[in-house]
Design a protein around this ligand. Sequence first.
Ligand code: ZN
Length: 273
Amino acid sequence: MEEKYKISMEELILLLLAFFFFFVMFIFLIKMNFLIYFFFFLVSATLILLFPIFLKNKLHRRFLLKCSLFPIFFILILIFVLFCFNNYEEKGQNLIPYEIEFDAYIVNNSITPGKLNMDLLKANEIWNEQNIFLRIKETFYIEEIDFLEESFLLNVDATNKSECLKYNEIISFSNKSELRLILLDSESNHRGRGCICGCDSIVVDIKKELSLDLTGWNIAHEFGHLFGQFDIKNRYNLMCDQLKVIKPSFLNKKQIYSLTRNTFISSSVKIYN
Ligand SMILES: [Zn+2]
């Protein structure tokens, strides 16, 4: 008859502690770009992997080796992420405060004004770090745009003339504003668009992603496009939308340099203390 193994309480506690340490380090590692977290992450991962070797009982070892499969899988994913999204960047800082005013257009009651303010606060948490203050001038409620038009705004890249004509035709309700944020709730796979067809509007879908509400971050990211920034693959950069779940907010020196030369920024109201 096959011998069954029951893990002892001490072993279970040790294993749970190692896993806890491993997860905490993993979260710190992807959120912050410090070498020390990478070191601790590797130490905790190695501890979990080496743990079974110190056990004398063969069945104990087999059981714990199975437990190690999960961290191994995690490490492989992490190596992939680090490899693809980790270029060294020098941190940029804008020192001159600017206030960017825009009009908000709420399409088909997609968001309440209270929730919009909360999301704008989150977007401002990121931009205030760079002395840029986003402020709603006026809010409008729009109901004349239909489901297909909503999807068009988010799904089409609008890189050619006819697409841009259609894009501008749909958002013609906002013609009285110089700068506009359009909020809607569509079935699109995309959650935001910034700086297309004239580069004076942002479209943000308020739907959750991976059951997370990232509307605030999406607004901050799309404003980044409006301020002349392109998407880049760097896990802690605001312009990296592949890893938006960790809400990256970093901007590098080059980005800040181009940002301060952007017409929206340079023509906006400078705040003097
Ligand atoms: Zn983007």
